[in-house]
Ligand binder design. Structure first.
Ligand code: SF4
Length: 238
């Protein structure tokens, strides 16, 4: 097993294999490692059970690694909660180094869009970076977003959950600000229609967002959350 320089306990919500249900890696089998603890506070969060930093289970990096290897899948998504919260970053770095030392894995990090954590981003294969829309009541700094795009042009997607027209218009406006500052970048920006845990499948919302995307120039990739269609919006660990 891997030689670790430190052996810190990591606060984990869950570790499970599942087919990626959203974003540009839709359909790829992955192992999800969800850190327990998030202070971002999106009002429409669909995994509030990951917020409490005192909940979860404690694991060492090599215990997580053993679980990952047992699933026989070479893609890993480190998510949460908020794996980039300063309380988690030392553990996330240790885990990534342990994974790297153990074999050839593709590692994605789910970033809440509130921080660019260079030491983590440098080590992973892919960054899924949220641009938070008004319906979340959390703000993503456009300047921070630009710094991420400029530093990691080959390995990122921006993801935005769209609840309504206000969210869509906000994303269009944020994109225009980014394009003004870095006009030569072709942005990899995904719109995810909101699908709340207490909703029936919001077909009208899906269609409306596709139409808005067309009529505003078609700059965004439109991808729903496949796992919610398959299992229903409340199902966890899928
Ligand atoms: S960052 Fe993720 S886990 Fe945290 S509140 Fe927002 S949606 Fe929920």
């Amino acid at each position: 097993m891997t030689n670790l320089s430190s052996h810190q306990l990591m606060n984990i919500h869950s570790i499970y294999p599942a087919t990626e249900g959203e974003g540009v890696h839709l359909g790829m089998p992955q192992v999800f490692v969800r850190f327990q603890g998030c202070a971002v506070g999106c009002v429409n969060c669909d995994s509030m059970e990951t917020w409490d930093f005192h909940a979860g289970q404690k694991f060492l990096a090599n215990e997580i690694l053993t679980k990952i290897i047992s699933y026989g899948v070479s893609r890993i998504s480190i998510t949460g909660g908020d794996p980039l919260h300063p309380k988690h970053v030392p553990a996330v770095l240790e885990l990534i180094r342990a994974i790297r030392a153990s074999g050839n894995f593709f590692i994605n990090i789910e970033a809440a869009g509130t921080r660019v954590v260079k030491e983590v981003f440098d080590l992973v294969d892919y960054i899924s970076y949220d641009y938070k829309t008004p319906s979340t009541q959390v703000k993503t700094s456009v300047d921070l977003l630009i710094s991420m795009v400029l530093a990691y042009p080959e390995k990122y997607q921006i993801k935005s959950v769209i609840q309504d027209r206000k969210d869509f218009d906000d994303v269009v406006s944020a994109r225009e600000k980014v394009v003004q500052q870095i006009p030569n970048h072709s942005l990899n920006w995904v719109l995810t229609p909101a699908y709340g845990t207490n909703e029936n499948f919001p077909r009208e919302r899906f269609i409306a967002i596709q139409d808005w995307n067309y009529s505003s120039g078609g700059h965004f990739r439109f991808i729903g959350q496949q796992h919610k269609w398959i299992y229903g919006p409340k199902e966890m660990l899928v």
